[in-house]
Design a protein around this ligand. Structure first.
Ligand SMILES: [Zn+2]
Length: 164
């Protein structure tokens, strides 16, 4: 399990007692739950690179608790770099809710977000372990499965919701 300093978000060894990046005392590390809470709070941090870093870490950890916050950022963040990081994280975490948000991001206003969404969908298609998602999100509406080999991003109409 990879750990990160909750002060500077640098990567640290699990057994480290002091952050090698900022010198923070991390010997009294809190529980995993508190760590995730701090990452979720960091998604709302005013300094722009901190939420991006937090989204990246949450995706790498495949943290299912982060999905609702990442879905909101992917759809509504005014920062395309943060939306991009959120989409990439959702692609790593997987599950129906995350995949639906990634598919929506294929129509994002920012080209870089659309590109990351397409890459994330390919990743989701390739990884059979992610196809069904965590069992605790079974209450979410099922996302219709795409045909094998086709991508929702290949749709000829970029704005299907405006079609009569
Ligand atoms: Zn640090």
């Amino acid at each position: 399990m990879t750990f990160f300093c909750t002060r500077c978000w640098g990567e640290v060894a699990e057994a480290a007692v002091r952050c090698p990046h900022c010198g923070d005392d991390i010997a009294a590390r809190q529980s995993r739950s508190d760590f995730v809470d701090k990452l979720l709070a960091a998604l709302r941090h005013p300094e722009p690179t901190t939420p991006i870093r937090a989204a990246w870490i949450l995706g790498r950890r495949r943290e299912p608790r982060a999905v609702p916050a990442l879905v909101r950022l992917a759809a509504a963040s005014s920062d395309p770099f943060l939306a991009e990081a959120a989409v990439a994280a959702l692609g790593q975490i997987g599950g129906h809710e995350a995949e639906a948000a990634v598919q929506s991001a294929c129509h994002h206003a920012s080209p870089r977000v659309r590109r990351v969404a397409r890459e994330a969908l390919q990743h989701l298609d390739r990884d059979p372990a992610l196809q069904e998602g965590p069992s605790d999100v079974s209450a979410f509406p099922r996302v219709p499965r795409r045909h094998a080999g086709s991508s929702a991003c290949d749709s000829t109409n970029p704005h299907p919701e405006t079609t009569a």
